[in-house]
Design a binder for this molecule. Structure first.
Ligand code: SAM
Length: 231
């Protein structure tokens, strides 16, 4: 799978792409991540300007349509596979696990990271990207949102996690879309807190029943809204 990141701050991704699962997935050739500095598409002025003040007044600056659209069009041509274009904005459809699963079966995803007050509306009108938000709050830029999406998607690609089963059992995931059951590891007792007996019983059927009951009970208590969603 290939990601193309369109950003004014490509260096923000340096640490993220060179650590842990992401680094391994890249080295194994399971994912390619290409960063593109929007400033390379700026007019050839000393400041390589990419933003300007909004018509009608108001605070802040907007990313210009005559920089963003040619940039995205050129990046699109850098590989033969057409990309799913996602523009990151707090006004978009909320990113969730089913969206991550859907993106994980795409061959190529382009993520457009906004800055300042975001993009000129004509970027959206011309490119018709999917508009995606990672939650009801406002970040300084789309880079952290892009990392969130990459992180959620890459762990679903075959070969990235040691144990593929965890993709099914995780909270919100394909296995049941509920919150995950409580988990325990050694030691068996710590400061008077033990481990539920059933987990030590070796009875796999009883363990599975206990886990699904716990998962349902926790979901009802914390996130009853999940029970009404389509599976
Ligand atoms: N003026 C915009 C608004 O009110 O909708 C917010 C602009 S925000 C300061 C700058 C950029 O950060 C956005 O263009 C977007 O790319 C990114 N961003 C901020 N919050 C986000 C969120 N919740 N999800 C995805 N991207 C976000």
């Amino acid at each position: 799978m290939r990601f193309d990141l369109v950003t004014l701050f490509p260096a923000i991704f340096d640490g993220y792409l060179t650590q842990s699962l992401l680094e391994k997935a890249i080295k194994k050739g399971l994912v390619e991540i290409h960063r593109h500095d929007m400033r390379d598409w700026a007019a050839d002025t000393p400041h390589r300007k990419v933003d300007d003040r909004p018509f009608g007044g108001g605070p802040g600056m907007l990313l210009q349509v005559d920089v963003t659209v040619p940039c995205v069009e050129d990046v699109e041509r850098m590989a033969q596979t057409p990309s799913r274009k996602i523009l990151l904005t707090p006004q978009g459809k909320r990113f969730d696990q089913p969206m991550a699963e859907d993106l994980a079966i795409s061959d190529r995803v382009m993520l457009l990271c906004g800055r300042y007050e975001g993009f000129d509306q004509r970027v959206i009108d011309i490119l018709e990207p999917e508009e995606v938000s990672i939650g009801d709050f406002v970040l300084n830029g789309g880079e952290v949102a892009a990392m969130t999406i990459i992180d959620g998607v890459v762990r679903l690609l075959p070969g990235v996690l040691g144990d593929e089963q965890s993709n099914w059992d995780d909270s919100f995931s394909r296995g049941n879309r509920l919150l995950e059951f409580p988990q325990y590891t050694r030691p068996r007792e710590f400061r008077g807190h033990g481990v539920p007996e059933v987990l030590l019983s070796g009875n796999h059927e009883a363990i599975a029943t206990w886990r699904s009951e716990q998962s349902l009970e926790k979901t009802e208590r914390r996130r009853a809204d999940l029970l009404d969603r389509p599976q």
